[in-house]
Design a protein around this ligand. Structure first.
Ligand SMILES: Cc1cc2nc3c(=O)[nH]c(=O)nc-3n(C[C@H](O)[C@H](O)[C@H](O)COP(=O)(O)OP(=O)(O)OC[C@H]3O[C@@H](n4cnc5c(N)ncnc54)[C@H](O)[C@@H]3O)c2cc1C
Length: 228
């Protein structure tokens, strides 16, 4: 980025960036997955009817999307669930966060994923999509039956996921990305579910291709790729 582009971006940042406060950071063991509790005073969470994305400034001129989950409308708080198994500016940012830090973000916007009522909601993804499916579950509360599976590269994290969260999503230790999710699907009877797929883009495509070939499946597929 040249000097002029940097100047334009910093003018833009000064105008649009909003601030939030880190209330707590919980690292899983090993510390390559984090739950980050945030206070976002400027966000009206009451209006959320679909899964949201927040665009966070993770380093100079660099932004990443994360998914606000487990929100509380009254207190303006939510939790981000962030994987940092790989190296990148987002991973460096989340690994450095601590209670009391201020975060900057451009805004919060909707994704196209919202619960379809009167349908079973089948969720499939990797650990970067945990927040996404927690959010979908919160939106579907009392109306839709949510189930599915999440794949984990890290076996300890798969165990921690079961301990910390509701078990409506089955953790699958997975060193081969999509393969284990396909194996899990092979054991499921399908009918007219709404299937939500999020996370690693090539795995998401692979799962969609597999589902389209299933003769017993007559539902719909909603796909949101996070990373390649
Ligand atoms: C709508 C939306 C919501 C998202 N919500 C979340 C969320 O709640 N939690 C979350 O963790 N991520 C989420 N992501 C992904 C996130 O925005 C970043 O892409 C991710 O954190 C990587 O950023 P980075 O700077 O750490 O790595 P990058 O510099 O972007 O990537 C570095 C390398 O790491 C690889 N990589 C990226 N992510 C992963 C991963 N999870 N596991 C293994 N390798 C990876 C990339 O392919 C690349 O090769 C979301 C993305 C979108 C579009």
């Amino acid at each position: 980025m040249n000097i002029i582009e940097k100047k334009i971006l910093s003018i833009f940042e000064n105008r649009v960036l909003k601030q939030g406060c880190v209330l707590e950071v919980r690292a899983w063991d090993s510390a390559t997955f984090f739950e980050v509790d945030l206070h976002l005073p400027d966000v009206d969470m009451e209006k959320w009817t679909s899964v949201q994305r927040i665009k966070v400034r993770v380093s100079e001129y660099t932004y990443r999307d994360y998914t606000p989950a487990l929100w509380d409308v009254e207190t303006h708080t939510c939790t981000l669930c962030i994987s940092s198994e790989h190296s990148g500016p987002g991973s460096d940012w989340v690994s450095s966060l601590k209670r009391g830090d201020t975060i900057s973000y451009v805004g919060v916007g909707s994704t196209l994923h919202k619960p379809v009522f009167d349908s079973r909601l089948l969720c499939l993804g990797d650990n970067s999509s945990i927040g996404h499916f927690l959010a979908l579950k919160q939106l579907a509360l009392g109306v839709g039956d949510v189930y599915g599976a999440i794949s984990f590269n890290n076996e300890a994290h798969a165990r921690e996921f079961s301990e910390y969260f509701d078990t409506y999503l089955q953790p699958i230790p997975d060193k081969n990305r999509g393969i284990s999710l396909v194996s899990w699907l092979e054991q499921q009877e399908l009918s007219n579910e709404t299937v939500y797929i999020a996370g690693h883009c090539p795995t998401a495509m692979e799962l969609r291709t597999y589902l389209k070939q299933r003769r017993d499946f007559s539902g719909s597929i909603k796909l949101l790729g996070f990373w390649d």
